[in-house]
Structures are given as structure tokens and as C-alpha cells.
Design a protein around this ligand. Structure first.
Ligand code: DGY
Length: 318
């Protein structure tokens, strides 16, 4: 059997690689720094399928170098790195991996909220560095009876809402449009301004699009309560990093907890990391063995279906 030619732009889990290798001749970028298009040029020339990992920009330039590609699969729910219009105009189906990472990502978003509110990470640091003997850790805040405002109430937002409700929190949300099932979800729609001025905790889960880029800037932080906690588990680009820095250092808001940053990775000497009122983790929303495995296997399935000319399971541009 002639094998399909596939390019994988970074590391993927062995289970998914094995499934792909059964039917494909694989070329895989092995270095830790992401490749530039020129470095992939030779491989792109022949590739029939593209498995994207490592936040590579799939745009006109890359697609022009890949004339034979007929399917693109990526192991993530977010696809702000993919120019969907460019894929569609070349009739290339693109698939992401929605659904399979909902619960793990909601755990992480709510975990950030809880850890920030109760200073869990700071407490661990105190114990580890011998400060326990010296006095009391600054007090945290209750979740019970507080309001969480979810910006981007999709599947992950609804899963965060369930966790918040289990902790006795009231849930409000903002989306482009109110959800028809909001009563069932026991949540209430608010305009962004209403949400920002009312919420004690703001959890951002909105996808990064041209409209949402930089949607949290100086004006939005100024509307939040001085006691507000700001949690971003969406994409770093949704937030103006400078404005967040200023809001935190001026104590305009109380605390931030971020799974995602702009830039990403955040350099170790970045000013944000010098602040006392922030918690940053390295984009680990979906990073559990089971979830990453499900994501990689779904992406591999999409890739193989596309190569065989069949409809993809989770096609974005069908
Ligand atoms: C996604 O899948 O888009 C998540 O950000 C990965 O953690």
C-alpha cells in the first residue's frame, strides 16, 4: 500500500504517532524551537496531510509552500493560529479537537480561581522556604456567595459554571448573544460592562479572534471592582498585558491568575512575574495524560479521514 505523506510540525503523543504511521510516511519536526516555513519548505512540497502542533502559523505563506496538502488537523480546541479563510479557499478541511478537553480545561480554570483566592500556591511557597515559622500568610477570600462572571460561555464555560455553583457561587456570563439554555445552566446574561462591574471573579474563556484581541485593556480593568480576581484560561492575546500589569501594580484589581500570556512563553524576567498578586502557569489547560491522549487521537483520526477523502469528525470549515 502506498503511504500518504504527512508532515507533523512538532512533538505528538506516541499513541497518535503510531496510528498515523500505520498509514503514512511521516516527517516530523524534532527540535524544540518551532520551525519557520523556510525550514519546512522541502517537506511541505510533498506533504498531503499536515498535523499541526506547537502554535505554528498556518497562513497563505505556509499553504502556498504546500500545494498537495488536502487536510490539516490540530490537537487543540483553539485555532487562532490557523487562517481558516485561506484553508477554505484552497478547499482544505481543517479540524480542531473540541469536546474532549472540556472537563480538564474547566478543572484548570477553576483550579486557578481557587488557588488564587485561597493563596494555595503562596502557602506552599511559605512552607517550602521556611516562612511558616515567621508569621501568617496574608488571608485569602471566600468563594461562597461570590459572583463569578464568565466571558465566553461555551462548553468549557458551562463546565466552569458547574464547578462554581458547587462552591456556592452565583454565575453570570457574557457572550456575543445570550444562550437559550441559560435557565437550565442557572446563569444570567450580562453585557460586558455589567459583568465587569458586578463580578468578584472574572473568568475569560473566549476564543482569540480579531474582535476579541486586546478586549481586556485599561478601560475594562478600570471597570472591575478593586477586589476583583481576573482569571484567563483562553488566549494571552485577549488581554493587553501592559494594561494588566498596571491594573495589578496600581491595585486597581486584586489578583490575576493566568494559564495563558502574551507573549507566550512569558520570559522569566518579565515584569508581570515580579508582582506579588499574580499566579501564572504555562498554558496547561488541557495538560493531563488522558485528555492530551484523547486530543491527539482525535486529531490523528481527522487527519487520516481527510487523507482518505472522508468527512472529518470535527471539521471547522465544512
Ligand atoms: C486548546 O486546546 O486550545 C488549549 O488552549 C490547549 O491547552
Amino acid at each position: 500500500m502506498t503511504k500518504y505523506k504527512v508532515l507533523i510540525t512538532g512533538e505528538i503523543l506516541p499513541s497518535a504517532l503510531a496510528a498515523i504511521e500505520e498509514q503514512c510516511e511521516v516527517r516530523q519536526w524534532q527540535k524544540s524551537a518551532p520551525p519557520r516555513v523556510e525550514e519546512l519548505a522541502k517537506w511541505l512540497e510533498d506533504a498531503e496531510g499536515l498535523f499541526v502542533t506547537g502554535n505554528i502559523a498556518v497562513n497563505e505563506t505556509l499553504l502556498a509552500a504546500a500545494p498537495k496538502v488536502r487536510v490539516i488537523a490540530q490537537s487543540s480546541v483553539g485555532y487562532d493560529n490557523i487562517d481558516i479563510k485561506a484553508c477554505t479557499s484552497r478547499k482544505i478541511p481543517f479540524a480542531n479537537t473540541p469536546g474532549v478537553l472540556v472537563e480538564a480545561t474547566a478543572d484548570l480554570a477553576f483550579g486557578l480561581l481557587l488557588s488564587a483566592a485561597r493563596r494555595i500556591h503562596e502557602g506552599w511557597d511559605w512552607v517550602r522556604t521556611g516562612k511558616w515559622q515567621e508569621g501568617q500568610l496574608p488571608l485569602g477570600v471566600d468563594l461562597y456567595n461570590k459572583t463569578v462572571g464568565i466571558v465566553g460561555m461555551g462548553a468549557i464555560g458551562s463546565a466552569v459554571a458547574r464547578r462554581a455553583q458547587a462552591s456556592g457561587m452565583k454565575v453570570i456570563y457574557n457572550n456575543r448573544h445570550p444562550r437559550p439554555d441559560q435557565e437550565q445552566l442557572k446563569t444570567e446574561y450580562r453585557t460586558l460592562s455589567e459583568l465587569l462591574t458586578t463580578a468578584d471573579f472574572i473568568v475569560v474563556l473566549t476564543p482569540l479572534t480579531p474582535e476579541s484581541r486586546g478586549m481586556f485593556g485599561a478601560k475594562e480593568f478600570a471597570q472591575m471592582k478593586p477586589a476583583a480576581y481576573f482569571i484567563n484560561a483562553a488566549r494571552g492575546g485577549v488581554v493587553d498585558t501592559q494594561a494588566l500589569y498596571k491594573a495589578l501594580s496600581d491595585k486597581q484589581i486584586a489578583y490575576a491568575a493566568l494559564d495563558v500570556t502574551d507573549p507566550e512563553p512569558l520570559p522569566a524576567d518579565h515584569p508581570l512575574l515580579k508582582l506579588p498578586n499574580i499566579l501564572v502557569v504555562p498554558h496547561i489547560g488541557s495538560a493531563t495524560t488522558e485528555t492530551r491522549n484523547r486530543m491527539a487521537m482525535l486529531a490523528a483520526e481527522n487527519l487520516l479521514l481527510g487523507l482518505a477523502g472522508k468527512p472529518l469528525v470535527t471539521c471547522v470549515n465544512s
